[in-house]
Design a protein around this ligand. Structure first.
Ligand code: PBG
Ligand code: ZN
Length: 284
């Protein structure tokens, strides 16, 4: 993925300080452990990478919100967002992920992030009931003020390709279409958002952004809740690649894309262009 890097904790601190100094209000962290394990124990280990990174950040950098991605795909060797069920002999099923077991683990992961000091957790696995389970566990441990940004309407998209390369989280077999949404379906996105709000989400997210502008618009019209749009790795890389070929004016295109996402109704935009945009805003 062009211009994006995996960072060690010391480099992360430098990077987040820079972001803060540019006026960026929040960072979203993804952890890429050196050892993968199909039961994803490392994802909620007290001395895990995310836990270490978050507590270091909270100690060393002030005035920026720390949000953690809560999912298993960076932790499992098979690269799926949940625990894979043992299918009995001869059984074929598209529901090969054990949803409820995964949700229990995601709640542990979220709690371990909160204990490390995360301001907000962002469950991205599209497991049914994940937001409610996380809210319950956080509240039970007196983390009432730890917020949840739910990846509510997440489509099964080819635009996540560069991210999966960068995060080493591509599924080793099959795809994510049993838990992420079918791009041909729009009403399902509204149902997913509604469920996450009922389960206690503080912010709902739609993803990818550019291929879901209709969804962003409809969610904004229908629900009174902060709405985030994720301008994902493929959207970013398409622009980068065309700019490198000299085919488009990168700065012009970035502004156009971000304005249109905002025009559709997003209150928050998650983008790999954040530093570039913030620097330009500061010069104005
Ligand atoms: C996985 C996850 C994905 C992204 C963030 N967390 C997508 C996926 O691999 O299915 C995508 C981010 C991007 O493409 O920028 N839970
Ligand atoms: Zn995942």
């Amino acid at each position: 993925m062009p211009g994006q890097f995996q960072l060690s904790v010391d480099h992360l601190i430098k990077e987040v300080k820079e972001a803060r100094d540019l006026g960026i209000p929040a960072v979203l962290l993804f952890d890429i452990p050196s050892k993968k394990d199909d039961s994803a124990r490392g994802a909620y280990a007290k001395d895990g990478l995310m836990q270490k990174a978050v507590s270091a950040l909270k100690k060393r950098v002030s005035d920026i919100l720390v949000i953690t991605n809560v999912c298993l795909c960076e932790h499992t060797r098979h690269g799926h967002c949940g625990i894979i069920r043992n299918l009995s002999k001869g059984e074929t099923s598209t529901a090969f992920i054990d949803n409820d077991l995964t949700v229990d683990i995601l709640a542990k992961v979220a709690l371990s992030h909160a204990e490390a000091g995360a301001d907000m957790v962002a469950p991205s696995g599209m497991m049914d009931g994940q937001v409610g389970a996380i809210r319950k566990v956080l509240d039970g441990a007196r983390f009432m003020d730890t917020a949840i940004m739910a990846y509510s309407a997440k489509y099964a998209s080819g635009l996540y390709g560069p991210f999966r390369q960068a995060a080493q989280s591509a599924p080793q077999s099959g795809d994510r279409s049993s838990y992420q949404m079918d791009i041909a379906n729009s009403n399902e996105a509204l149902r997913e958002v509604e469920l996450d709000i009922q389960e206690g989400a503080d912010i709902v997210m739609v993803k990818p952004a550019l291929t879901s502008l209709d969804i962003i618009y409809r969610v904004k019209q229908k629900f009174n809740i902060p709405l985030a749009a994720y301008n994902v790795s493929g959207e970013y890389s398409l622009v980068k690649a065309a700019a490198q070929c000299g085919w488009v004016d990168e700065s012009k295109i970035i502004w156009e894309i971000l304005r249109v996402i905002k025009r559709a109704g997003a209150d928050i935009i998650i983008t790999y262009y954040a530093k570039e945009i913030a620097a330009q805003l500061n010069r104005k």
